[in-house]
Write a new protein. Structure first.
Length: 209
């Protein structure tokens, strides 16, 4: 079945945006110049208390054989809901940091880099949810799309520059009405984005009528 473009947008480098998906619509997050990571929060658009949950999503996909720490077929909401919020229908990169849930924040830049005024995904996401009556306190787990990390058996990890190419994308079909909030990660003091910041593209796709 073909898909038509309902809306499209470019998230400026170092900033965040929010989009409402109707059930059945597909969110495409795509590269513009390549090499850019995004931090994504997902809410049930009809009940903002039901949010994407990394732990339940990672565990359930691994248990059911539908995913790993790096790619999920289904994105689940937090208990006690545990509904499928989104289904991955295409993923040209399939190497994300799916078992983390964190995001860069002002405090992280301060603790790691000694910077007190660096933009962060937490700040970007907070700005983007503000028109929906939500605050930074409402942002729970994050899907670190396109973020590339080596996990080690001693429990540590190493952030690597993402190898995502300009033509890479992921398609997520909404299984409920979803408020999707995406930050073009401003990390430029780590390997996350290869030491720079770039925009991210978004398309909302619907079934061809
Ligand atoms: Zn970030």
């Amino acid at each position: 079945m073909g898909l038509k473009i309902i809306a499209e947008d470019i998230i400026p480098a170092r900033h965040g945006r929010a989009y409402v998906l109707r059930k059945g619509e597909t969110l495409r997050i795509h590269q513009i110049v390549g090499g850019q990571v995004g931090d994504c929060a997902f809410f049930n658009a009809d009940n903002y208390r039901e949010t994407f949950h990394v732990g339940q999503t990672w565990a359930t996909n691994v248990i059911l054989g539908t995913g790993t720490s790096k790619t999920f077929q289904h994105f689940y909401s937090k208990p006690p809901h545990e509904n499928v919020m989104l289904t991955t229908t295409a993923d040209t990169y399939a190497n994300h940091w799916g078992n983390n849930g964190g995001r860069c924040s002002r405090k992280l830049y301060e603790r790691r880099d000694g910077l007190t005024d660096h933009r962060s995904c937490q700040e970007n996401l907070t700005e983007a949810v503000s028109p929906y009556g939500l605050t930074g306190d409402d942002i729970m787990d994050i899907f670190n799309v396109f973020m590339t990390v080596d996990l080690f058996t001693d429990g540590t990890f190493k952030i690597k520059p993402t190898a995502v190419n300009p033509d890479d994308y992921i398609d997520l079909r909404a299984e409920m009405n979803v408020l999707a909030v995406i930050s073009a990660c401003p990390a430029d003091t780590s390997q996350t984005n290869g030491g720079k910041s770039a925009p991210l593209g978004v398309k909302i796709l619907g079934a061809q009528s």
